[in-house]
Design a protein around this ligand. Structure first.
Ligand code: GLP
Length: 261
């Protein structure tokens, strides 16, 4: 793993995603050893999947426990049942929660309650729970093809908090295969805001593969602003971006150290 000289955040390039995933899982293990009641911010998608596999392995071998920890997921589709095959609650159950010892009642999502309160009330409740838990110690993050973080789509202001959002056409297109058809993909979601994400004490971003190379370049080296919400990460006090050779391929900083050869 080598570190690239980047402004505003630390960028690490690994030979393979597995190397980066082990490094992030190790950090989470160290955090939970030091602070068993730590609060984790969790993401869905292909980017964090390997980290979750590694965490499940560490729990199975009793080298890690989430028994006193809690978690807050970044986002969830609006009006999707918790058991819907594409809901993020189900995804998290299948990829992580069923395989670790985190008490389920301390795994939170921005979702409406059983009585179907308004999305504004649900978002306010989520922010309140986050505050009561003392904020996120370590936030895991992927980057969408259009530069979104969570579901903070292009156009999102830096000052946004948890709220209802409209999904970008690319986001819905990317989800269409999993849902079976574009019309079946929800048009709206509840998402932590940019500022909610930036409140985390540490942020670990994962982006692998050639299809992320373009957006990684925009996020790390393009102009900072709402057109690419991932650019807001630059300047956060403790953010590390983990890339592989393919996703780092278009970075000027990678070229500068001869990594693209
Ligand atoms: C989804 C999620 C994001 C995720 C992104 C990238 O829309 N809401 O939190 O980071 O897409 O997904 P992937 O990691 O599969 O590339």
């Amino acid at each position: 793993m080598i570190e690239l000289p980047c402004e505003g955040l630390r960028v690490f390039v690994s030979a393979t995603p597995a190397e980066a995933e082990r490094a992030v899982a190790r950090e989470i293990t160290e955090l939970l050893t030091r602070a068993p009641e730590a609060v984790l911010g969790l993401a869905t998608g292909s980017s964090p999947t390997g980290v979750y596999q590694e965490l499940a392995r560490l729990v199975a071998s009793r080298r890690l426990s989430f028994a006193r920890a809690s978690s807050f997921n970044l986002d969830e589709y609006l009006d999707l049942d918790a058991d819907h095959p594409q809901s993020f609650r189900r995804w998290m159950r299948e990829h992580l929660f069923e395989r670790i010892d985190l008490p389920r009642k301390r795994a939170r999502f921005p979702v409406q309650d059983a009585r179907g309160d308004s999305s504004a009330a649900a978002c306010a409740r989520f922010e309140g729970e986050l505050l009561a838990a003392g904020g996120v110690d370590l936030q895991l993050l992927g980057i969408g093809r259009n530069g979104h973080v969570g579901f903070n789509e292009p156009g999102s202001a830096r000052s946004t908090r948890t709220r209802e959002v409209e999904l970008h056409p690319w986001t819905r297109e990317d989800a269409a295969r999993a849902f079976g058809a574009l019309e079946l993909v929800p048009t709206r979601a509840l998402s932590m805001g940019v500022e909610t994400i930036l409140d985390a004490r540490a942020i670990r971003v994962l982006a692998f593969g050639e299809r992320k190379a373009e957006i990684v370049r925009a996020a790390l080296e393009g102009p900072i602003g709402p057109e690419c919400p991932a650019t807001y990460l630059r300047g956060h006090r403790d953010v590390r971006v983990h890339l592989d050779l393919a996703s780092a391929g278009l970075l000027a900083s990678a070229r500068a150290v001869g990594l693209d050869a």
